[in-house]
Design a protein around this ligand. Structure first.
Ligand code: J9Q
Length: 221
């Protein structure tokens, strides 16, 4: 899978893309991620990429020309995604669907918005990672790249994608414990120390259902 990211802040992306399992997967060539500086296509001495909104109002709007130039200089026939608070909310099914595209371009919106001609004529779809205020699409792009990497063979290992499939499709996880068996008077549930694998499996299923009912009833059928 190939991903190109278009942003005015390449440095926000660089370190996270090098770190952790994701970075190793990219290093090993299982996934190719390239970050493009939108200001390379900006106007004037300050490489400006935004301007005031027609019709008035606060804030700045990203101009279309730098965004079209940046995306159109990327070779191939990519699926173009704009990270924006106006997008469809990303969920597990959305990640799996996007992972089927061999080549994505992620456009990071900034400022108070992006000229509507970008949404209408450059971008294939708009994606939001959740309903909260952010100053730009760079962190959402990283979230999407990490989520996608789980479906790229070799990046996090095949077991990881199988594990996340079963997890995201169903219930919340059951509670996990490790050593010590007692900490500040709080004990690990007896059944987990019993060695009775049947009983452990039943306990975990019951706990997963209980946690889902209490915390995320919207996930239940
Ligand atoms: C660009 N809030 O928020 C959630 N998903 C994407 C975004 C976002 C934002 C501001 C600018 C993207």
């Amino acid at each position: 899978m190939r991903i190109d990211v278009v942003t005015i802040f390449p440095e926000i992306l660089q370190a996270p893309l090098r770190a952790s399992l994701l970075g190793k997967g990219i290093e090993a060539g299982h996934m190719e991620v390239r970050v493009h500086d939108l200001r390379a296509h900006g106007f004037g001495k300050h490489r400006s990429v935004d301007d005031t909104p027609y019709g008035g109002g606060a804030g700045m709007v990203m101009r279309p020309e730098p965004l079209f130039a940046a995306v159109e200089q990327i070779e191939g026939d990519p699926h173009v995604v704009l990270l924006s608070p106006r997008g469809a909310r990303l969920d597990h099914d959305g990640v799996v669907r996007l992972a089927r595209h061999p080549h994505l371009v992620l456009v990071c919106g900034r400022y108070e918005g992006v000229d509507e001609r970008v949404s209408e004529h450059l971008v294939d779809e708009e994606i939001s990672i959740g309903d909260y205020v952010l100053s730009g699409g760079e962190l959402p792009a990283l979230v999407l790249i990490e989520a996608l990497s789980r479906y790229v063979p070799g990046v996090l290992g095949n077991e990881a994608s199988l594990e996340s499939e079963s997890h995201a499709a169903g219930l919340l996880e059951y509670p996990q414990y490790t050593r010590p068996p007692e900490f500040r008077g709080w004990s690990v549930p007896e059944v987990l120390l019993s060695g009775d694998h049947g009983a452990i499996e039943r306990w975990r299923k019951e706990q997963a259902e209980r946690a889902t009912r209490a915390r995320r009833p919207d996930l239940l059928p």
